[in-house]
Design a protein around this ligand. Structure first.
Ligand code: SF4
Length: 284
């Protein structure tokens, strides 16, 4: 498969098929809920099944196609990849079809193909070697609207971080279409904290951070947020988040940036890998 075709195929898959581990987490939540919360999760699961069977978008908001590229510094086709990403977005927009979701912030004009100035958003991370790994995350507007940056006073410590995350997620109620997945970025600067929160979403759902202290924080945040009772679509229940993933970076002594990135239940993802022999695989 050529590069553009593989990327377009991956974006189409991400938009129409929810990763299996997300479906499993939604099923588990459904089994544990009752009343309106259970009804909501039943409807979500039915919708996911119908989208997969009909190759249709999982949600009417097909999101902003967002790419995270880890590229080997010796990968020989970087220029081709630069051009392939926006072209794949144009192709998938027509083929699926995806809702044209990019508008000019001043004029409101929509190019109609999900591209525009700095869009698709691509984060490039050089790594040793020749291989490339591209994560695609179509990010819905409703959940993106609930993302927040808090510049905390360092003195509040980890306790202040926990309070700020829980307070913010609970204050969003049903707006980000819960049950959500929350990516928390701690440290770095203002921009890096938000980026870390988004990068944390790329981990398979519920896969804990390798450092036990961070993994324990993820579990504690899940329990605290789920104890709030916001529940599926904000209608009350046990499951407000499916998972919380935390990433961190060293920070300036005077700053404690906290990035809170909320992803809706439609946690759409796909990955394209290009091996050093040129072979391409698409997975979810
Ligand atoms: S937040 Fe997610 S589930 Fe809700 S409308 Fe947007 S894309 Fe769809």
């Amino acid at each position: 498969m050529e590069l553009v075709e593989s990327l377009a195929e991956a974006l189409a898959r991400a938009s129409t098929i929810l990763p299996e581990e997300v479906v499993q987490a939604l099923r588990k939540a459904r089994d544990e809920e009752e009343g309106p919360a259970r009804v909501q999760l039943e409807a979500i699961l039915k919708n996911v099944e119908m989208a997969k069977a009909g190759k249709l978008p999982i949600c009417q908001d097909t999101g902003t196609p967002t790419f995270f590229v880890r590229f080997g510094v010796d990968f020989p086709k970087l220029e081709e990849l630069l051009e392939a990403i926006p072209e794949a977005v144009r192709r998938a927009t027509k083929a699926v079809p995806l809702r044209p979701n990019t508008v000019h912030p001043f004029s409101g004009k929509n190019p109609g193909d999900n591209t525009g100035r700095f869009v698709p958003a691509v984060t490039w991370e050089p790594v040793p070697g020749k291989d490339v790994e591209i994560h695609i995350l179509p990010k819905g507007g409703g959940s993106e609207n609930c993302c927040a940056l808090k510049m905390l006073a360092p003195g509040v410590g980890l306790r202040g971080v926990k309070e700020a995350v829980v307070e913010h997620v609970v204050s969003c109620g049903g707006l980000p279409c819960p049950p959500t997945i929350v990516g928390v970025g701690i440290g770095g600067g203002a921009d890096l904290a938000m980026k870390l929160g988004k990068l944390a979403l790329l981990r398979p759902l519920g896969a804990r951070h390798p450092e036990p202290e961070v993994a324990a924080l993820e579990k504690e945040l899940e329990e605290l947020i789920n104890a709030s009772g916001v529940g599926p679509m904000g209608l009350g229940g046990k499951t407000t988040v499916l998972a919380v993933h935390v990433e961190y970076a060293h920070r300036h002594p005077a700053s404690l940036p906290l990035g809170i990135v909320i992803q809706c239940w439609a946690h759409r993802r796909a990955t394209v890998r290009i091996a050093s022999d040129g072979s391409i695989t698409v997975s979810q």
